[in-house]
Design a protein around this ligand. Structure first.
Ligand code: CA
Length: 230
């Protein structure tokens, strides 16, 4: 079955370029040029993924994202946001509103298609229970709480393991330092523990993961995500 992508962008040239490249990859596409139509079409067609530009006439991309994610019918549709350089804050807000990924313009269609495929695949894996995960040279056994890199055991502290598990469970979504802090360290020690704690543990975790350290990607001024692709 062909997966359907809804393109939301008012710049016709970009729509044309995306439409052409997505069809060539075997996707079914539809396109709308403003936010109101995006909500209508998303409701009617329930696409497998939405490519949503931030800068739209009338209702902007962030409002569209918020509306889609707060309506039960459309909440599960993954969204990749398109942002322009310098829209750093909007990008962060978008991720907090539930966008699954973002691309900064100008971008290559090839890169966007790789992201689209990754996001769709992640969605399909979502319901599987987490037992043993193999990603590149990394193997994590969530039941035995053990990690190996290229078949060599890696000794992680409880917090490092929790950190790795939380990042993997997010299926590539970016997690903020505050989120990681609240979920792994909890509120109990809020006074002493600061977001820097997260960075310190990320650093030791990366050192221990050696050749697989590259999978823990820093998202500047925000947090971290886990990279599945090689
Ligand atoms: Ca635009």
């Amino acid at each position: 079955m062909k997966e359907s992508i809804l393109i939301v962008e008012d710049e016709k040239d970009i729509v044309k370029m995306l439409d052409y490249n997505l069809k060539k990859e075997g996707f079914k596409t539809s396109a709308v040029y403003d936010g109101e139509d995006a909500l209508d079409t998303a409701n009617k067609e329930c696409p497998d993924l939405i490519v949503l530009d931030l800068m739209l006439p009338g209702m902007d991309g962030l409002e569209v994202c918020k509306a889609l994610k707060s309506a039960s019918k459309t909440a599960a549709i993954p969204i990749i946001m398109l942002t322009a350089k310098g829209q750093e804050t909007d990008k962060i807000v978008g991720l907090e509103l539930g966008a699954d990924d973002y691309m900064t313009k100008p971008f290559s269609p090839r890169e966007l298609i790789a992201r689209i495929k990754a996001v769709i695949r992640r969605g399909k894996d979502k319901d599987k229970p987490l037992e043993v995960v193999r990603i590149g040279g990394l193997k994590i056994d969530f039941l035995k709480i053990s990690v190996t890199v290229k078949d060599k055991p890696v000794e992680l502290t409880a917090k490092e393991f929790e950190l790795l598990k939380t990042l993997i469970k997010a299926k590539g979504r970016v997690l903020s330092r505050d989120y990681l802090l609240d979920n792994i360290w909890g509120f109990d020690n809020a006074v002493e523990i600061q977001t820097r704690t997260v960075d310190v543990h990320i650093r030791t975790l990366r050192q221990k993961l050696k050749s697989e350290a590259k999978r823990i990607v820093t998202v500047k001024n925000y947090g971290y995500r886990f990279e599945y692709e090689d």
